[in-house]
Design a binder for this molecule. Sequence first.
Ligand SMILES: NC(=O)c1ccc[n+]([C@@H]2O[C@H](COP(=O)([O-])OP(=O)(O)OC[C@H]3O[C@@H](n4cnc5c(N)ncnc54)[C@H](OP(=O)(O)O)[C@@H]3O)[C@@H](O)[C@H]2O)c1
Length: 236
Amino acid sequence: MTPTRDELFALYALPDRSTRRVRMNFIESADGAVTLGGSSGALGGETDRAVMRVLRTMSDVVMVGAGTVRAEGYGGVRMDEPDAAWRRAHGLSEHPPLAIVSHRLDIEPEHPFFAEAVVRPFVVTHQDAPDDRRRALEEVAEVLVHGASRVDLALALDALAERGMTQVLCEGGPHLFGSLLGAGLVGELCVTIAPRIVGGVAGRIDRGAPEADRRFRLASSFVDDEGFVFLRYAVK
Ligand SMILES: NC(=O)c1ccc[n+]([C@@H]2O[C@H](COP(=O)([O-])OP(=O)(O)OC[C@H]3O[C@@H](n4cnc5c(N)ncnc54)[C@H](OP(=O)(O)O)[C@@H]3O)[C@@H](O)[C@H]2O)c1
């Protein structure tokens, strides 16, 4: 049965906010496709969107890879009033900032990701990233530089935690998930299985992580009225 908003908050409640945590959120089809028609939106349903709002509401920062920003047209995260009220009641700022992870910094400062941001976003990159792009993005974001020739995600997460952002919601995409998995930085995976068989060539939710038997514990699960399955896995 489809949970109410309050039930969703209980299903995805964080055990504590002092333990640092990277929580991934993805949707995939029953045959493992991460996109339909080039984006994830077409895979989803009403409950999936409600879960996404709840996870964002609970987070200190929403992290996303540049490929997903380019593909999905991210334009800032704005909480509606009930969610902003939940955040105020829990001692959080009204809107969590976004953090984009990029190696090449191939994104314009005019992109809606920056232009529509409600709070100043973060850009996470490395020392060898192009200087001119970095300077341009410094006008619209706080740029965190970690790693010499590639992004050191562990250090970047340290930097966010130093700013009080211990609860990181990562909305993908697959390459960023692969990097975080490979570095052993993922604490939780929330995944929605859509009742669809997509076929085609769409990839999996993780790309690039070396093969390993990473065991997670099923922390909660439910099925909504439309047949979407919602799984919450936590590291053992
Ligand atoms: N089903 C879902 O829930 C879901 C969720 C998210 C995305 N998606 C889909 O996934 C597709 C995009 O896949 P993707 O794997 O390309 O997404 P991605 O991981 O968001 O994007 C890859 C790009 O992000 C940056 N990046 C990622 N990890 C990095 C790292 N460790 N260090 C430095 N930069 C890093 C790089 O950007 P630069 O090129 O700028 O250096 C890289 O080229 C889209 O079609 C999107 O719709 C689906």
